[in-house]
Design a protein around this ligand. Structure first.
Ligand code: HEM
Length: 522
């Protein structure tokens, strides 16, 4: 008997051969797939082990998680930073470590380490945030270092002389009064229901900055467009962003906004040059800049000396962009907290008003001058204290350009981010007793520990990159607050979030600071 299965018809032979071949090839394929999967898994595992090994080698003995979350590290924390989170990080050690998207980060919490980073240009340079070069353009002067930076900055210092600041103050005063009139009108329209001042102050600030920087060389509608778009730049200022600037990401949005702003700034530079060449007077920063160059050129031609450096429209646009970038969020934060502090401390508000009466003799419609501000020591102490207690910039990310022996026991690896923290120095109880209390008087006593330790007052940083706009900021804040206390009353609706802090590039009250304004008829 022949087993059924052994009967092989001629026609079934090839199909049997094929099916066996198929089985064989499937087997081979599945073997190949399995080996590819196995190899891939091994490679991934090796990379993960390497990632952890590199992280642990870089971290050395510093406090910080023993393991880093694969690939993204502490990305989630950097997306939603909180002051409480940073306070915990600062409390964990004088130097502490973390990693985000393979960027190794060392955070310094003490005054000594912070100042060391800020004053070591041979080892570290500011990188602002990881996306800053994409947003501000890599060729922006703020990314220069060493001698090139010092030389460039020297030419820009002439934009912040007392003479130039007096011109800007006229603009600041006019625009501030214009905005306050709008605020009072809006307050009536909303039946005096307190409103968040987050965006109203930001708009006041942007309007002031653009008119001070570019004067009439920028049209009114461009100011609204730049202001509306600028928020996208603010939102992209995270310590570390998603690494690729793909459409839809925050960094991509910020780059589009920068393109819009820069086009307007370059055009303003072009118009300004034509205006000064036609014999125009100085009314803004760009005018001052172009006029300085024109005068230096004329002098050089007369004396046969060296011709001054010229700046093309793109370069001028980038400098103004860097000023907008540096000031918009920080100044808004500073001004918003001033409004909140004065509302919450009525006895301090009253002293500020007393000083205004004395200096301005009740003539509040007269523009504020630099001499008047010089005679307002109490207001200046209030501004100093408000910026201390709520420093707009809590940290300034730097990048180690080479291995940086920051202490006898630790060297920051090259290409790491190394972050000096400003906040802890400004809340050091040994220098500022009751550090969380708003006490402007601590600045009025020449013997106070606050005045005896200027190295702790790091609101504007320190070293070669210390803020170029310090005087500009103090004058603008004085102008805004002197006019505010004289022309308006305001009521703060306190909420459970009023004392909470939200970090969006700089710091703001968590509830946006809800205020109602009424005119003041003194
Ligand atoms: C409340 C307001 C402001 C605060 C708290 C502030 C704070 C700072 C801080 C902390 C730095 C980094 C310093 C460092 O690395 O040591 C800085 C740099 C800078 N700030 Fe300001 N700033 C303010 C307003 C302004 C304004 C109004 C301008 C321009 C008009 C400005 C222009 C700059 C520039 C250009 C730099 C970089 C300087 C350089 O790299 O040489 N800032 N600022």
């Amino acid at each position: 008997m022949v087993h059924q299965s052994s009967i092989v018809s001629p026609s079934s032979v090839p199909s049997q051969i094929f099916s066996s071949a198929e089985t064989l090839s499937n087997k081979l394929l599945s073997d190949k797939t399995s080996s590819i999967i196995a190899a891939s898994l091994t490679a991934v595992l090796a990379l993960l082990i390497l990632e952890q090994t590199v992280y642990r080698a870089k971290k050395g003995s510093l406090p910080g998680s023993r393991w880093t979350i694969p690939i993204i590290g502490k990305f989630a924390n950097s997306l939603h930073p909180t002051l409480e989170g940073y306070k915990r990080q600062w409390a964990s050690g004088e130097l502490s470590a973390l990693s985000v998207f393979h960027i190794f980060i060392v955070i310094a919490s003490t005054n000594e380490y912070t100042r060391k980073i800020l004053n070591s240009p041979a080892y570290a340079e500011p990188c602002l945030v990881a996306s800053a070069k994409q947003v501000l353009c890599p060729e922006n002067w703020v990314f220069l270092n060493g001698k090139a930076h010092v030389d460039y900055r020297r030419t820009l210092n002439s934009l912040f002389t007392r003479k130039a600041l007096a011109v800007y103050l006229e603009v600041q005063d006019t625009i501030t009064r214009h905005h306050f009139a709008l605020w009072l009108k809006t307050a009536e329209e909303v039946n005096h229901k307190p409103q968040s001042i987050m965006h109203t102050v930001r708009y006041l600030n942007m309007h002031t900055s653009l008119r001070v920087f570019c004067g009439k060389h920028i049209p009114e509608e461009a100011i609204t467009i730049i202001s509306d778009n600028y928020w996208k730049i603010t939102l992209a200022l995270e310590l570390v962003n998603f690494p690729l600037a793909l459409p839809g990401t925050k960094v991509w949005g910020a780059i589009q906004s920068r393109k819009i702003a820069l086009a307007h700034l370059e055009n303003a530079a072009k118009l300004c040059k034509e205006y000064i060449a036609d014999g125009g007077e100085v009314h803004c920063m760009m005018d001052q800049w172009v006029k300085d160059i024109q005068e230096a050129k004329e002098k050089a031609i007369m004396d046969g000396g060296k011709l001054p450096r010229e700046f093309d429209d793109h370069e001028m646009g980038l400098v103004i962009l860097s000023f907008l970038f540096a000031s918009q969020d920080a100044m808004s934060s500073g001004v918003i907290y001033m409004f909140q502090h004065l509302a919450d401390y009525p006895e301090i508000m009253e002293k500020v008003r007393e000083e205004q009466r004395r200096v301005r003799g009740g003539e509040y419609s007269k523009p504020i001058t630099l001499d008047m501000i010089d005679n307002m020591p109490y207001l200046r102490a209030v501004i100093k204290e408000s910026l201390r207690i709520k420093p707009p910039v809590t940290m300034v990310p730097y990048k180690a350009t080479k291995p940086f022996p920051i202490s006898s026991f630790y060297t920051v690896p090259a290409n790491s981010m190394v972050i000096p923290s400003l906040y802890p120095s400004l809340h050091d109880p040994n220098v500022y007793p009751n550090p969380d209390q708003f006490l402007p008087e601590r600045w009025l006593d020449p013997e106070s520990s606050a005045n005896a330790n200027p190295k702790n007052y790091l609101v504007f940083g320190a070293g070669p990159h210390r803020c170029i706009g310090v005087e500009y900021t103090n004058i603008n804040m004085a102008c805004v607050m002197a006019n505010a206390v004289s022309l308006m009353d305001w009521r703060h609706e306190r909420t459970p979030d009023s004392d909470g802090v939200q970090m969006i590039a700089t710091i703001f009250p968590k509830d946006g600071c809800l205020l109602d304004f009424t005119p003041r008829n003194e």
